[in-house]
Design a protein around this ligand. Sequence first.
Ligand code: CO
Length: 248
Amino acid sequence: MIILKSAREIAVMREAGRIAAQVHEELRKAIRPGITTRELDALAERLIRQAGAIPTFKGYRGYPASICTSVNDEVVHGIPGDRVLREGDIVAIDLGVTYKGYVGDCAYTWPVGQVSPEVERLLQVTREALERAIAECRPGKRLGDIGYAVQSYVESHGFSVVREYCGHGIGANMHEDPQVPNYGRPGTGLVLRPGMVLAIEPMVNTGTWMTRVLPDQWTVVTADGGYSAHFEHTVAITDQGPEILTLP
Ligand code: CO
């Protein structure tokens, strides 16, 4: 069941989204060789609570932290811990905040110091894939148009799109219908309507799209050990077109 949001609800989601984006900006400044992912998690939780919001992920299905930190071949849902970030790593930070009962969800992947040209290109392509997906978020377009925008762009650059994890509807709950795959055929699937709010989150790998889950039951890694990047925004579909709600 798809829950359409009123203009008033979207206004609250914009506030939640702004908090999420502002926390991301602070995390970005904190990223440097030598910092642990646990330190990033602690900083995020403090900033989220200072803003009067709740870290949506903490306790979600038993998830133990406020953010996900997925390093190098980790695709999503990496759990913050003792891991020390090193020069040349990439770290995907995913965070959700609940504010006044609504959720903002967004993710960025950052380089730690200098990274290889191929990894730099992976970050650029994934970021651009998200932009292209967002451009499809207008009334009358379909879910397949979003997936196609991501898949066609990513594959034309020689990278692959993760299939086992998708974007999602979002609102009072982090995960609502529909699922938003990052692959698809244009002109197919659900028709987008004003009031829909979607979390769009391409996950892109340098090698195979296939993944596996580590024994911690959370961390998703690429099956071949290739690098993976992840960007996400919460986007409202309006009569005027897409509105990114997770902006600072
Ligand atoms: Co999400």
